[in-house]
Design a binder for this molecule. Structure first.
Ligand SMILES: [Zn+2]
Length: 236
């Protein structure tokens, strides 16, 4: 479908499965990107990882990938699928980049949340979320399907299985919501200022119940339910 795909920008299926599985904790960060200029242009796809380079994957993208294909004259929509959410420094760099490129908007979809206990990482995510040029959210089932279709070589049927990892996805959905609402401090307080581990354990036990429900395919439905989890954590 895309010219560039034929030139070898596919990611091996096993790598995609390993790196974006929310129940695993690999050291590297992978970034899959789709860049589209104008409303009708053909999207261009690419991927990078941080492992071979001291720079984080987001910085490799901003400094190398985007510049390869930049165009200042038309609106540009970037979609990033990140195996780990941006750290504080990368959030800062993305926002700086957006200030310099007012024609760009970015959708940032993350498979896992990176070191959420660190206050500066939470702040970075909140600042990203507040930007009118950013749409930040956790990768849901439809995103896994899209990445499988778009970033791997065709042939095999969809085999991304996060069926077993629905609970992990729900935990991340709830946790990102808690971070963006700046509720981690309040929730920790109501748990005797313990670490995030105890609230996380409670979210996970509820998420496991939700993951068993047939309707959990519809994550928007879950939003109304996870509000009740957050309320429960606050009143603990
Ligand atoms: Zn980073």
């Amino acid at each position: 479908m895309y010219k560039e795909k034929k030139r070898g920008w596919h990611i091996p299926k096993e790598v995609l499965k390993e790196q974006f599985d929310p129940s695993k904790f690999p050291r590297e960060t992978y970034l899959l990107c789709k860049i589209q200029w104008g409303d009708t242009g053909t999207p261009w796809i690419h991927w990078v990882k941080n492992y071979d380079d001291d720079r984080h994957a987001e910085i490799c993208f901003l400094e190398d990938v985007f510049l390869m294909k930049r165009s200042n004259n038309v609106n540009c929509n970037i979609t990033l699928y990140l195996s780990w959410s941006p750290c504080a420094d990368c959030s800062h760099s993305i926002l700086d980049f957006l200030k310099q490129h007012l024609n760009v908007t970015i959708g940032i979809y993350v498979a896992r949340l990176y070191r959420v206990n660190a206050e500066e990482n939470q702040k970075g995510l909140r600042r990203l979320d507040r930007s009118s040029q950013v749409n930040l959210r956790v990768m849901e089932m439809r995103d896994y399907k899209y990445c499988w279709r778009t970033f791997t070589r065709g042939g095999d049927a969809y085999d991304f299985w996060p069926r077993n990892n629905k609970a992990e996805i729900i935990v991340n959905l709830v946790t990102l919501h808690i971070i963006l609402e700046d509720l981690i401090g309040r929730i920790k307080q109501s748990h005797n200022n313990s670490s995030w581990e105890e609230p996380k354990r409670i979210i996970k036990s509820k998420a496991l119940l939700l993951a068993g429900w047939p309707k959990t395919k519809e994550y928007h439905y879950i939003i109304t339910i996870y509000r009740s989890i957050i309320q429960m954590l606050l009143e603990h």
